[in-house]
Design a protein around this ligand. Structure first.
Ligand code: HEC
Ligand code: HEC
Length: 352
């Protein structure tokens, strides 16, 4: 045999196979790395569960088409702790799904988008009778679940929110139907037979859950909110600071102090005369926000910064709306909307 023939017969295929296997195992490794980095903190090592529901259960993997996982990872659960991963590439997401699938050998259901048409009103009655105790009023999710890192310890598996737009945009009617009929083994989620539900009952329940769906706001749109509020001031640096203090008090806030940016780092006489922060607070709002999510503490007390640069004075603050989007918690949204209105009205008042 010539050397060339040997190359084509043995060596080239061998190299090809080695490359093929190493790229496949690379993909699996990549999924593992991404999962460990981005998901394990909530869903546990190999999907054992935690703040997020266990993804490694056979019953879960048998009921969820890849398309459901793909959509869920992409859009998350807006307003709940499950974040949207819209910056991951399709390739990354497939790698994560490949890794999740590697935990258990199960059949993977086909994606079937056939809609279920039934009576949502009857569905509501059934839901209120059988499901509300766990999934909450209108499918909002069990109280205190899926919202922050702290959750009731006596709930090993939290009943997820069924009226969440991320969920509704990810799940097909056929998938909902299967889950309700089968329940989910090894979790508190019971099968329909335990409630003596007929096929029609199940269809009505699916229609009721589907009735919560609205047009969804995507992660990209969410982050379009600017992260700071900036107002140009027609007054001098010192006048602007005094205006802000007055506006803070007029809004029933407690003025804590104002200090130069470098206060404490340099002797008082050398402190910045062009960069000052005004601190203030309102105990009501602070207690409320902290009760919803303790991480808000990083951004308290409230502060507004006044800066003079090239003869121009600006007053600015963080944008609380952007803050609540970072925390992805719709209960916090209400508090943050209030803070946003306060900040902008103080800034407006002080610079008009
Ligand atoms: C005893 C509490 C309990 C009851 C009652 C209950 N569920 Fe569940 N349900 C759960 C839990 C817990 C899960 C999450 C299971 C898991 O971790 O995979 C779940 C999951 C689900 C899911 C899948 C959600 C998702 O994010 O994957 C659907 C759909 C669902 N339930 C519908 C219903 C309906 C409809 C009823 C009433 C007929 C009902 N459930 C009754 C506890 C319950
Ligand atoms: C900060 C915590 C957190 C992180 C990080 C997180 N999740 Fe979740 N995830 C949750 C919670 C909580 C739920 C349940 C949804 C609810 O509460 O309504 C969930 C739900 C899900 C579901 C739907 C489960 C079901 O019952 O149908 C999937 C799939 C999922 N997550 C996958 C992932 C993947 C993959 C990653 C990483 C790329 C990830 N999650 C990262 C908290 C998290």
């Amino acid at each position: 045999m010539t050397k060339l023939a040997m190359f084509y017969l043995y060596i080239k295929p061998a190299v090809f196979l080695i490359l093929l296997f190493s790229s496949l195992s690379c993909l699996a490794d990549k999924g593992k790395v991404l999962y460990t980095e981005k998901c394990a903190i909530c869903h546990g090592h190999e999907g054992s569960g935690g703040v997020g529901i266990p993804l490694g259960l056979e019953a879960f993997l048998e009921q969820t088409p890849d398309e459901y996982l793909r959509r869920t990872i992409r859009v998350g659960r807006p307003g709940r702790i499950m974040p949207p991963f819209y910056r991951l590439s399709d390739h990354d997401i497939d790698a994560i799904i490949g890794y999740i699938r590697s935990w258990k050998k199960t059949t993977v259901p086909q994606w079937d988008a056939t809609p279920v048409k039934a009576d949502a009103r009857i569905g509501k009655q059934l839901f209120d009778k059988h499901c509300i105790t766990c999934h909450g009023e209108s499918g909002y999710g069990g109280k205190g679940t899926g919202k922050t890192f702290s959750r009731p310890r006596d709930l090993p598996i939290t009943p997820p929110s069924l009226n969440n737009q991320g969920f509704l945009n990810s799940a097909s009617d056929q998938m909902l139907k299967n889950i309700i009929i089968q329940g989910r083994k090894e979790t508190p989620m019971p099968a329909a037979s335990q409630f003596n539900l007929t096929d029609d009952d199940v269809d009505n329940l699916v229609s009721y859950i589907r009735s919560f769906q609205q047009t969804m706001v995507t992660g990209e749109q969410i982050l379009s909110e600017s992260s700071v509020l900036v107002y140009k001031s027609p007054y001098t640096f010192n006048e602007t600071i005094e205006n802000i203090k007055r506006a803070v008090i007029a809004k029933d806030y407690i003025l804590i102090r104002d200090q130069a940016l470098d206060h404490g780092f340099v002797p008082v006489k050398d402190e910045s005369k062009t960069h000052t922060m005004v601190y203030f607070c309102n105990y009501d709002i602070i207690y409320n926000a902290l009760a919803i999510d303790p991480r808000v503490g990083m951004f308290l007390p409230c502060r507004i910064t006044v800066v003079e640069q090239n003869g121009e004075v600006q007053a600015m603050s963080i944008n609380p709306k952007r803050l609540s989007q970072l925390f992805n918690n719709d209960e916090l949204d209400v508090a943050c909307d209030r803070m946003h209105d306060t900040y902008s009205s103080i800034l407006k008042e002080a610079t008009r």
